[in-house]
Design a protein around this ligand. Structure first.
Ligand SMILES: [Zn+2]
Length: 335
């Protein structure tokens, strides 16, 4: 089943606003009210409670471990990423960590939430159904409120790319936020899939949010033998065995696998600390390369800037024709 080169946008393109279409508002937003949900932790298999609370302007996304008295907050930042092997894990200087933040981060990015406290009473964000949809629902139930501060938007000024072997992740200048992905698995049903999604007019919610995490049966068995993935089941992942999807109801999208990779990238990119104005592309990449890409981006001041909407019209347009792609080879780098 090949789905090569799909381009997903909305039929209605915003044209009225003079600023970048990434912004449905140039003001920051938080939740109107506190919301809570309870779910299973993917790796420990234990029940975890997650609470989203409104936060003041310029707070950002702040995680708190409520099961560890007095533990310091963990800001959702690329700098605080401590592990990217199975999922994205963030931690603070005391070694307190929270794992599997990426699907919640994707929902917060997709719903344009700038400021929120995320209280979790365990080491992992609950996996819910393996997608971002339950978190989108939670955010919609909480409703959003606009705050009196401009949204932080990171404009990509020139292309930057990281590579490990045949895996690649890059960001290039663009006047909106889009995420493209290519996967290539040695398995007929997953196989080669690619998609590019421009995040405007609710495309995240419609096209990406419901895509579930996926795994192969032999990997699940290995994981569980190692004491991991104990909460994993057909309720929270698409499981593939011998070119067949084991889930009774099948797939939510024909190319659900590559759409989930887009979802992961949206979540991991939101660890940049703001909305990105640029185009991301990942080829066979994952959490590790997306984090390495953000590290490379913020290490080079010439590749990005914060958008100042107050005087954006008077500023030079980004150099869309830049030919020099900054390539950072990570062949010897570790996760
Ligand atoms: Zn994922």
């Amino acid at each position: 089943m090949n789905h090569v080169g799909q381009e997903v946008t909305s039929s209605k393109v915003e044209t009225a606003t003079p600023v970048a279409p990434i912004l449905n508002s140039i003001k920051q937003k938080t939740l109107l009210r506190t919301m809570n949900c309870v779910g299973i932790a993917l790796h420990s298999g234990e029940k975890v409670s997650l609470t989203l609370r409104p936060a003041e302007a310029n707070t950002g996304i702040i995680f708190r471990r409520t099961d560890i008295p007095g533990s310091k907050e963990i800001a959702a930042s690329w700098e605080n990423v401590v592990d990217t092997r199975m999922c994205t894990t963030i931690g603070n200087e005391d070694g307190v960590t929270i794992s599997t933040v990426e699907h919640l981060m994707a929902a917060l990015a997709g719903c344009h939430v700038d400021n929120v406290y995320v209280d979790v009473n365990g080491p992992e964000v609950p996996v819910m159904d393996g997608s971002a949809q339950p978190f989108v629902f939670l955010i919609e139930c909480a409703s959003l409120q606009e705050q009196d501060a401009p949204r932080q938007v990171i404009e990509i000024l020139k292309p930057i790319r990281v590579e490990i072997g045949d895996k690649m992740a890059e960001l290039v200048p663009r006047d909106t936020f889009s995420v493209g992905f290519e996967i290539d698995f040695d398995c007929e049903i997953v196989a080669k899939q690619s998609i590019t999604v421009t995040m405007i007019n609710g495309t995240f919610k419609k096209e990406i949010a419901r895509a579930r995490t996926f795994g192969f049966m032999h990997e699940v068995e290995q994981l569980q033998a190692a004491g991991l993935g104990l909460g994993g089941s057909l309720d929270n992942a698409v499981i593939v065995e011998d070119d067949k999807v084991l889930n009774e109801d099948g797939l939510r999208y024909d190319d659900e696998f590559v759409r989930h990779k887009v979802l992961d990238a949206v979540g991991d990119l939101y660890l940049s600390g703001g909305m990105i104005m640029g185009s991301f592309k990942g080829v066979r990449s994952g959490h590790t390369l997306t984090n390495q890409l953000l590290r490379a981006l913020f290490a080079d001041q010439s590749t990005w800037r914060y958008v100042d909407f107050a005087d954006r019209d008077s500023q030079a347009e980004p150099n869309l024709a830049a030919k020099s792609v900054e390539v950072v080879n990570l062949a010897t780098a570790t996760a």
